[in-house]
Design a protein around this ligand. Structure first.
Ligand code: AMP
Length: 441
């Protein structure tokens, strides 16, 4: 029997809002957590964006606050949600407003990088639910625009990202300001030791819910990897994007500078692109996201942190221009293309230096990524990698035979279109040698 939202115990106005959102049934994390959170239990949620976790905490918060009587006090929210990035905070705020549209509850979002005037004004007018990034929150607390002793529900979202971004001390400080008699929820896609410790310190007898994101994402996403020299990535990207099936694409780089460079290159190749990373001001980030959402811009070039929590529907492809050095980030990245049950496609470029990253990713996913063929000439670094593998595998004399030299740009478009045209790209023979048991680089 499938569980319905009606059976989870949510208040009628929330059920109506969910109908308006066209949510037909709760996702697994929602089924598991909503009834317990309504009861007031603490929660440790090992889950990431894309699983429906926002609604899993937003709906019970709205439900519980809607039952609370008592006036709204200025500068003293009753629920606090901490998020690592402005994008994620804004998205959570937007969801809370959507789900709570039939309720008389006020939500405000605060983050840095913009003037504080409007935020201070909103806090003063009184808010029920505050969504915030840690830095600005502490700033406003120290200026006495905000007090947290009324906070009876606290959510730490994407706690591992907050750790990565160096917010962990700020987070602990903020937790210390909140009401001791509170309900606490902590969500994290991964559980590094400092986060496990934080969870242990702040949660009381929590329910633990694990949603296996890796498996979900991997199953639904068509993944390919191209072995390509670092200098050839630019040409390969340009060629792939000749395929109109790549309608709305996020291109990931490891660094902000890398993102700017790829964005420039795409612009020069006549492909509309925008970059999204932490050095961009708030307005530029909002503009970039809006242009991408509306389809004005076809490619968004982003770093991992900036892209966290971005929820843009209809992303046709994720391209890993550079593979991430943390395998979990790969899963986060490719998850952008398969939102709420949809499928998607992810294409990765892997140069010689990145091969260990690919190995780590495959180990995490417990699956190999299919190798796709490109027609760019073999670069020196690729030849070195292949020869090393062939030496270890004890085959060949290290010379490449029948190698097509020179570029055939359309070849990549065909390979990329393979999925949509119902064809599978063939494995690349020389690089498949890398899959030989015992082969190492
Ligand atoms: P999240 O993991 O919270 O970022 O949610 C991912 C996406 O799934 C968002 O676009 C939500 O609006 C959507 N979503 C969440 N719960 C449901 C549901 N029960 N049915 C359909 N879509 C949902």
């Amino acid at each position: 029997m499938t569980t319905t939202f009606d059976s989870l115990g949510l208040a009628e106005p929330l059920l109506r809002a969910l109908k308006a959102e066209k949510y037909e049934k709760p996702t697994p994390i929602q089924v598991q957590t909503i009834p317990l959170l309504i009861e007031g239990r603490d929660l440790l949620g090992v889950a990431e964006t894309g699983t429906g976790k926002t609604a899993a905490f937003a709906l019970p918060i709205l439900h519980r606050l809607s039952n609370q009587t008592g006036p709204r006090r200025p500068n003293a929210p009753k629920a606090l949600i901490l998020a690592p990035t402005r994008e994620l905070a804004s998205q959570i705020g937007e969801r809370l407003r959507a789900y709570g549209r039939q309720l008389n509850l006020r939500t405000t979002v605060i983050f840095g990088g913009v003037g504080q005037g409007q935020q201070v004004k909103a806090l003063k007018a009184g808010v029920d639910i505050l969504v915030a990034t840690p830095g600005r929150l502490l700033d406003l607390c120290s200026q006495r625009h905000l007090r947290l002793d009324d906070v009876s529900i606290l959510v730490l979202d994407e706690a591992d990202r907050m750790l990565d971004m160096g917010f962990i001390h700020d987070v602990r400080k903020i937790v210390g300001f909140c009401n001791k008699e509170r309900q606490s929820l902590l969500f994290s896609a991964t559980m590094p030791t400092p986060i496990a410790k934080l969870a242990n310190d702040i949660l009381r007898d929590p329910v633990r819910v694990d949603v296996a994101p890796v498996k979900i994402a991997v199953e639904r996403i068509d993944q390919r990897v191209y072995f390509v020299g670092s200098k050839d990535k630019r040409a390969l990207l340009g060629d792939l994007l000749k395929d109109p099936a790549m309608g709305r694409v996020i291109v990931f780089t490891r660094t902000k500078r890398g993102a700017d460079k790829v964005c420039r290159n795409l612009g020069q190749a006549g492909i509309s692109a925008d970059a999204l990373h932490g050095n961009k001001g708030q307005n530029a980030r909002v503009r970039a996201l809006d242009a991408f959402r509306s389809g004005k811009v076809r490619a968004l070039v982003a770093t991992d942190i900036a892209a966290r929590g971005i929820d843009v529907p209809g992303i046709s492809h994720v391209i890993n221009y550079e593979l991430p050095n943390e395998p979990e980030s790969y899963v986060h990245r490719i998850g952008r293309t398969a939102r709420a049950g949809a499928g998607g496609a992810a294409v990765s470029f892997c140069d010689l230096a990145e091969r260990p990253y690919l190995k780590a990713i495959e180990k995490l996913m417990k699956a190999q990524v299919e190798v796709a063929e490109h027609d760019l000439a073999e670069t020196r670094e690729e030849a070195m990698a292949r020869e090393a593998v062939e030496r270890v595998a004890g085959k060949g004399n290290g010379k490449r035979r029948n190698r097509h030299r020179g570029r055939r740009p359309n070849g990549q478009a065909q390979a990329a279109a393979g999925k949509t045209a119902g064809r599978k790209p063939t494995g690349r023979k020389s690089n498949n040698a890398l899959r030989q048991p015992g082969a190492s680089l």
